[in-house]
Design a protein around this ligand. Structure first.
Ligand SMILES: [Zn+2]
Length: 333
């Protein structure tokens, strides 16, 4: 039997091919471990794998309409078990989960147990898990999902089939981004900022780039104005921040400032790229950055990056965010 697989997955082609072949052969191993850096889409792929495995359609998988597809969609499908999506992987949670799983193996259906965040399992949890992996309940498949495998004991790893996920290509990232309503420069910028990790891109796109643009507009305005101008901008900015977050403490403004320092670092690096005649990461503001770059020397930008580093350290020691920005921009100019 051949099915049409409807998985909206970009990249990860060898991994998805392998998983699709398992569905066609209807033969699952006792345990798989999906691993690779956060934000690659391991959970997303696992979700489509599980849906397709249980889907009853003879043509498209997952069809989204059969009894099983609907039950999984409503989270009332009895043969699918999940742990670590909301709750932490404490030893008690793991034990309870595995016990439920072993009892459930008495029914006729094949069970799949998904365990998210396996990299957060401690040694005791891993030992409990190992017991299940060594004596797996009948007709049960465990899928562990982990951002890294360094903390997992070799004994656990050796019981799982490993499936490694890697960052997806620039080309695939751009293809995927065509599903979203962004300009070409915005797409390029998102790809440059997310390093082949769709999860990271989704975080940046969450607010339609609003935060990114707000931060960039603020920093670019400060970098292109006179000293008097940016002091005024800065005062206004902190006024707005305090108004927007009336109950916030200085430390909250500090964490917001940290974010903005990261954007500033990105802008300074881009200025350096432009000096070196390289493509900037931030293509949305390329024109503005090219203009600003004229006011800076290469050495000046390097010095500014060092000042920025020091500012970050001062922020970690609870310096006032406003003073810190003032000093930083006095140094930068
Ligand atoms: Zn279906």
């Amino acid at each position: 039997m051949s099915y049409e697989f409807k998985w909206p997955v970009y990249g990860h082609s060898s991994q998805t091919q392998f998983l699709k072949s398992l569905i066609l052969q209807k033969r699952l191993a006792n345990a798989y471990l999906f691993y690779g850096p956060a934000g690659l889409g391991k959970k997303f792929v696992a979700d489509f794998f599980v849906r397709s495995f249980y889907c009853q359609s003879d043509s498209t998988k997952p069809c989204g309409q059969c009894q099983n597809c609907l039950a999984i969609g409503k989270k009332i499908f009895f043969d699918l078990y999940k742990l670590g999506d909301r709750e932490e992987l404490s030893i008690d949670n793991i034990r309870g989960f595995l016990q439920k799983l072993s009892l459930s193996s008495l029914t006729a259906n094949h069970k799949i147990a998904l365990i998210y965040g396996a990299d957060t399992i401690n040694l005791f949890g891993a030992n409990a898990l190992l017991k299940t992996l060594e004596e797996p309940p009948a007709k049960t498949t465990l899928i562990l999902i982990s951002d890294s495998i360094e903390n997992l004991p070799a004994t656990v790893l050796s019981r799982c089939q490993l499936l490694k996920f890697r960052p997806i290509s620039r080309q695939n990232m751009l293809l995927w981004l065509e599903n979203f309503d962004f300009s070409p420069a915005e797409r390029e910028t998102i790809v440059n900022l997310s390093f082949g990790r769709p999860g990271l891109a989704l975080k940046i796109m969450e607010d339609n780039l609003a935060e990114f643009k707000k931060a960039n507009n603020f920093i670019i305005k400060m970098l292109s104005g006179s000293r008097f101008n940016y002091m005024q901008t800065l005062d206004k900015w902190f006024e707005i921040l305090k108004k927007e977050n009336p109950d916030s403490k200085i430390s909250d403004l500090g964490s917001l400032t940290k974010k903005y320092l990261a954007w500033l670092e990105l802008i300074l690096r881009d200025l350096l790229y432009l000096k070196l005649k390289r493509e900037p990461v931030n293509e949305i503001y390329q024109t503005e950055l090219t203009n600003i770059a004229k006011d800076f020397s290469q050495e000046g930008i390097l010095k500014n990056l060092l000042s920025l580093d020091k500012a970050k350290q001062r922020l970690d020691r609870n310096a006032s965010p406003q003073l810190l920005w003032e000093n930083l921009f006095l140094e930068i100019k």
